[in-house]
Design a protein around this ligand. Structure first.
Ligand code: ADP
Length: 191
């Protein structure tokens, strides 16, 4: 059966992690979050984690080779998955091209990109609010939060054009209750 592969897209603080949980359960998909994978490397104090920690705490992206390597490994380890929710990946054009090439090798492709849209001041409010309780160092400083949003706008947001050119982009209003946003996402997937 053809896999369902969804890129859950949007700026930092758009709610990708929260919504991924609902979508993976509802559709029986695997959740692949490069942010979670990198935080696990940091926690385990691996060499990769040490390298990633500096960049992440400065609000910068980690190198493409690192995240592409992690995603390739996981895709190879789960040949029987019904599909994947990609959360926080791809974040650059090189990552998107590597993902397409990897999926093509296993006879698959991206089904849809669901792009959550939330304006900057709301994102800053959400991230700093999360930082007060989450223990994520990159959510604690307004300067780092705004740097992440700049990185998103510069390097990541252009991927909407990349997927739009393939007819796969669906823009989703990311402001509202968690349940309302889940409903908007499932409507886009089911439609
Ligand atoms: P958020 O989207 O809320 O910023 P993430 O957990 O997705 O949270 O990402 C946290 C940080 O991890 C990013 O700011 C970046 O430094 C790093 N990171 C995560 N995914 C990627 C990726 N695909 N490419 C490069 N860096 C990444």
């Amino acid at each position: 059966m053809k896999k369902t592969n969804i890129v859950l897209f949007g700026p930092p603080g758009a709610g990708k992690g929260t919504q991924s949980k609902f979508l993976t359960e509802r559709y029986g998909l695997e959740h692949l979050s490069t942010g979670d994978l990198l935080r696990a490397e940091i926690h385990a104090e691996t060499p990769l984690g040490l390298q990633a920690r500096e960049l992440m705490s400065a609000g910068e992206l980690v190198p493409d080779e690192i995240v592409v390597g992690m995603i390739k490994n996981l895709l190879e380890e789960s040949p029987d998955a019904k599909g994947f929710i990609f959360d926080g990946f791809p974040r650059t054009r090189a990552q998107a091209e590597a993902l397409d090439a990897t999926l093509e090798k296993i006879g698959s492709d991206i089904t849809l990109m669901l792009a959550l849209e939330v304006e900057e001041e709301e994102l800053v409010k959400r991230l700093l609010g999360r930082g007060a309780t989450s223990g994520r160092p990159d959510d604690k400083s307004e300067e780092v939060v705004r740097k992440r949003i700049r990185e998103y706008e510069e390097k990541t947001a252009p991927l909407k054009d990349y997927y739009n050119a393939q007819g796969k982009l669906r823009k989703i209003n990311g402001v509202g209750s968690i349940a309302e946003i889940t409903a908007r996402l499932t409507t886009a997937i089911d439609g």
